[in-house]
Design a protein around this ligand. Structure first.
Ligand code: IMP
Ligand code: MG
Length: 182
């Protein structure tokens, strides 16, 4: 059982689902008549995305993207790699990026700039988790819709992986240390 590898459940299934209902209600209110594109950042955001979008009660478009970033310490020197791009133009459209976790913030900051350059009408960020202690120094990256804040520890589950595993857990937890050692 994969659940035997979890040392501690940080955020339960019930807590996640309750919070997602609140976020979806907020997005429904903020985007009524705007028909935003919700961009799912693969693969980590996929569970969050599917629970969030089904509770939004106004028209939306769905699209998917796979990105990564590399570079040294700063965002300005970082580069965005697009592994899988959007299927349609964002020009003139309101965009909500849906992400699993904001860590250093480099990837999302580069992606946000990229979508703004593609003439999106607006770009906001919706992230299940926020790990602010890891943010690049001096980076101003507002998380417009935030599920939960976590401490500086590695978490898995509900989309988040360790070596591609544990994404399919319904909650967010911390792995037992022996899992890393094996
Ligand atoms: P960053 O904000 O550009 O540093 O990148 C964040 C990405 O790193 C996320 O989308 C995750 O894929 C990954 N990541 C960061 N922290 C964790 C964690 O605690 N568990 C699993 N993946 C993480
Ligand atoms: Mg990710």
């Amino acid at each position: 059982m994969i659940r035997d590898d979890i040392a501690r459940v940080l955020i339960s299934e019930e807590q996640i689902q309750r919070r997602i209902s609140e976020l979806a209600a907020q997005i429904t209110e903020d985007y009524r008549d705007k028909e935003p594109i919700l961009v799912c950042i693969l693969k980590g955001a996929v569970l969050f995305y599917s629970d969030l979008t089904r509770r939004i009660d106004t028209h939306i478009s769905m699209d998917f993207m796979s990105v990564s970033s590399y570079g040294d310490g700063t965002v300005s020197s970082g580069k965005l790699t697009i592994r899988q791009d959007l299927s349609k133009s964002v020009e003139g459209r309101h965009v909500i990026i849906v992400e699993d976790i904001v860590d250093s913030g480099r990837t999302l900051s580069l992606l946000k700039a990229h979508l703004a350059e593609k003439q999106a009408a607006s770009v906001r960020i919706c992230s299940l988790l926020d790990k602010p202690s890891r943010r690049l120094e001096g980076l101003d990256l507002p998380i417009d819709y935030k599920g939960f804040q976590v401490e500086n520890e590695f978490v898995v589950g509900y989309g988040l992986d360790y070596a591609e595993r544990y994404r399919n857990l319904p909650y967010v937890g911390v792995l037992k240390s022996e899992v890393y050692e094996n």
